[in-house]
Design a protein around this ligand. Structure first.
Ligand code: COA
Length: 327
């Protein structure tokens, strides 16, 4: 596959909300959250927006890549929490960072959004439509969760991660992706309801104007899906690329829950040391989790050219994707 990651960047909101802080706000405990998920804190946007964090992460990725904004010819943002229905977050950051030569759009594949973005960029590269792409995952999930639902609001955080990818001979070796809309009810967030003079009497009465839907999740169904599908996807992408799991230096997984990551490690027979995590500090940031963690591992100096890395994301849809690459 003619696709190489040449720079990464990330951005997190300033405000850190610890489990202890949540204890003061709702009927929960630090012990419950840590033992069920591994999460100790999360960053929550107050001044930041999905667009501002996406632009900050993208700027850092371009700086590391040594790429000018005008060289970017494709911008894909994986997000389920853009600031506007339209324009897309991708078009918003295009404007902000003056990436005037790019085609820009968002992808809704929830927590697999970054992996789906990479796959689309590969198709653009292979068809000769683009040469230098910016792939971003950016979320403000704090506005999607019901802060009265302790079963979900403690799990998520806000942030953005980005990567610049270029058409090159080596880099991403293989990718797989999948979707199962049949099981999509496990994790949903409704849009605003149709509310016009033609559909609802309540419109005339002025009701429903403030009706907001929040993220709803069947946690155990999502858990079962993740621990079954993610190992399968990882083993499939490695098998098809003819790479043994032992050759992989790091498995950079979507950061939903430490118990999911432990189960994946066990199923593919690899030690936890190969699974870097930041969910303890960041919580689950949906499409942004994978690129933020990749950037943290990169900035920590843990990656050397030639290392084999696996990326894997999974989430609402249901959707999943995995990639194996040479750094
Ligand atoms: N604090 C304290 N207690 C809580 C709580 C909280 N924040 N949230 C839920 N509980 C309670 C429940 O009310 C329930 O109480 P009950 O037994 O009296 O009814 C109990 O804890 C167990 O709840 P349950 O939902 O069965 O827990 P669980 O072991 O399934 O863990 C998750 C819940 C969400 C941590 C777990 O299902 C999970 O991680 N699922 C995957 C979610 C995920 O990764 N989603 C994103 C995918 S992209």
């Amino acid at each position: 596959m003619p696709l190489k990651i040449i720079g990464t960047g990330s951005a997190l909101p300033e405000l850190v909300v610890t489990n202890k802080k949540l204890e003061q706000m709702m009927d929960t405990t630090d012990e419950w959250i840590r033992s069920r998920t591994g999460i100790r804190q999360r960053h929550i946007a107050v001044k930041e927006t999905t667009t501002s964090m996406a632009a900050a992460a993208a700027g850092r990725a371009m700086k590391e890549a040594g790429v000018e904004p005008s060289e970017i010819d494709l911008i894909i943002v994986g997000t389920v929490s853009g600031d506007k229905h339209f324009p897309s977050t991708a078009c918003e950051i295009q404007r902000e960072l003056l990436m005037v030569n790019a085609v820009a759009f968002d992808v809704n594949a929830a927590c697999a959004g970054f992996l789906f973005g990479l796959t689309i960029a590969d198709a653009y590269f292979q068809s000769g439509r683009a040469k230098t792409a910016l792939i971003v995952g950016a979320e403000t999930l704090s506005k999607m969760v019901d802060w009265k639902d302790r079963g979900t609001c403690v799990l998520f955080g806000d942030g953005a991660g980005a990567a610049v990818v270029r058409k090159e001979e080596t880099g991403i070796l293989h990718m797989v992706q999948g979707s199962d809309g049949g099981r999509g009810e496990a994790l949903t967030c409704e849009n605003r309801p149709v509310n016009t003079p033609f559909t609802r009497e309540s419109f005339a009465r002025g009701e429903l104007q403030n009706e907001i839907s929040y993220l709803k999740m069947d946690g155990q169904a999502v858990f079962r899906f993740a621990v079954r599908t993610v190992p399968q996807a990882i083993l499939q992408v490695l098998k098809e690329a003819k790479i043994s799991p032992d050759e992989v230096k790091y498995f950079v997984l979507h950061q939903a829950n430490i118990r999911i990551i432990e189960a994946v490690a066990k199923k593919i027979g690899q030690p936890m040391e190969k699974f870097p995590t930041n969910l303890q500090k960041c919580g689950n940031i949906s499409a942004a989790s994978v690129p933020i963690l990749l950037d943290h591992v990169n900035k920590d100096g843990k990656l050397q050219r030639g290392d084999k890395i696996v990326l894997a994301g999974f989430g609402a849809g249901l959707t999943w994707g995995a990639a194996v690459l040479t750094w």
